[in-house]
Ligand binder design. Sequence first.
Ligand code: SF4
Ligand code: SF4
Ligand code: FES
Length: 284
Amino acid sequence: MIAQEPSAKNRPEFINVRVRRQDGPGQKPYWELHKIKYEPEMNVISVLQRIAAQAKNTDGRAVSPVAWDCGCLEEVCGSCTMVINGRVRQSCSALVDRLLADHADEIVLEPMSKFPVVRDLMVDRERLFRGLERVKAWVPVDSYYNLGPGERIPREEQERNYPLSQCMSCGCCVEACPQYNKIEDTQKPNESEAEFEARKDADFDEAFVGPHAISQAMLFNNHPTGKTLAADRLEALSGAGGIATCGNAQNCVAVCPKEIPLTTSIARAGRATTLHAIKKWFDK
Ligand code: SF4
Ligand code: SF4
Ligand code: FES
């Protein structure tokens, strides 16, 4: 049965919102209940704005505003990603009327579990971007003077590349991936900022790179200029935390809000890394 959005007659007067809060990195999380007045056509960001404006919980106790991240407010930047009623998604495109149709009682908001919490619903996605650095997910610029028109990309290749280019580094795929486990390093006493950053990068580089990065490696390996770094990308995917770590559970593809064919990218990366290994063996 398809859940119905609240009609004018059965709209609730108030909405209960349960938020998993955390006052800072490494602190103990706790649940906090809020009650806000229902308004039609709200999204989860507007719910959080109402909570901030009220500045008190359901017991009437004054509380600090819940922290969250957002940017574009139109499901493009990926920064507002959180777990809403148990499902990872963007809070700007999570419409309250639809959420209430599925869970009439309350809306439950939690931060993503695979990244360190900065505060409340705001997480540190640094590892996600480190994954993109590991696979050199960019087109190298080899000069700043006019090189003339670039190579033409056939339509079939454009159609293959376009869906992959929509990745917004939101983190939904890694949140759902059983092979991507949280890494939370803390700075040691007497460790400089540079030493701490280097240790974090080393830890990230040992662990699974993630489906988003595998898919971006396939996107840039299929670009006329991007493919000049193809061997480096395949080398990165062949090492520790690379393609072999993927258990093919396919959770990632099921949650990607941009419907990126991640398992197709993973299969392509598997074939490409095998060919890369054979080529390296013959080149010895
Ligand atoms: S592949 Fe999809 S789920 Fe993963 S980061 Fe990109 S847009 Fe988000
Ligand atoms: S297919 Fe691989 S990357 Fe995707 S969820 Fe499964 S283990 Fe993770
Ligand atoms: S604010 Fe950019 S995706 Fe939600």
